[in-house]
Write a protein that binds this ligand. Structure first.
Ligand code: ZN
Length: 176
């Protein structure tokens, strides 16, 4: 006779993976996200962004195929983090991130660092640093009060905000 073991884990909060510092589970922002397991001081190296080291030519091919996980390593190589053994790929983008990526050029490693002190349970986010090409295909649902509405690098925030506000004005009925 088999016994059914009751589990309180529902699909919505199912833990899909863990490191010392991070729990991976369902995110309100998008899909699976990473969450701080405990209080973590600013500057902590949270997780290495690992992946496949690829040439610039291969990288271009994969970017054109809309691979969103590619990081620049140096003049010759990029890093494709879209692999199963890279849990850091689950971290979501935010317009007001609490983490950042850091490239250790000597080691050829990409790390995710805490930008500020993190509270237990906080979702870990960084800015994906996308450029403006087809940004409208990448709407942002980060929920930050200052959310730009699209996933773009911070240097493009003003540009996108200006563009969206011009479009809003154009849609306003002409006042008498
Ligand atoms: Zn946002």
């Amino acid at each position: 006779m088999s016994t059914t073991v009751a589990t309180r884990t529902t699909k919505s909060d199912k833990v899909v993976g863990e490191t010392d510092l991070i729990t991976f589970r369902r995110s309100r922002i998008h899909g699976t996200g990473g969450f701080a397991r405990r209080a973590i001081p600013a500057g902590t190296k949270l997780i290495q962004y690992v992946g496949e080291k690829i040439t610039k030519a291969e990288s271009l091919r994969r970017c054109e195929a809309e691979n969103p996980y590619i990081f620049t390593l140096d003049d010759q190589y990029d890093l494709d983090g879209g692999v199963e053994w890279n849990p850091a790929r689950f971290l979501n983008h935010s317009c007001a991130p609490n983490c950042e990526t850091e490239l250790d050029e000597e080691a050829g490693e990409v790390w995710i660092l805490a930008l500020r002190d993190l509270q237990p349970g906080e979702e870990l986010t960084f800015n994906y640093g996308y450029d403006l090409s087809e940004y409208r295909d990448h709407p942002c649902r980060c929920g930050a009060p200052n959310c730009v509405g699209y996933i773009v690098a911070e240097e493009f925030f003003d540009h996108v905000r200006r563009q969206l506000s011009l479009e809003r004005e154009a849609r306003q009925p002409v006042q008498a």
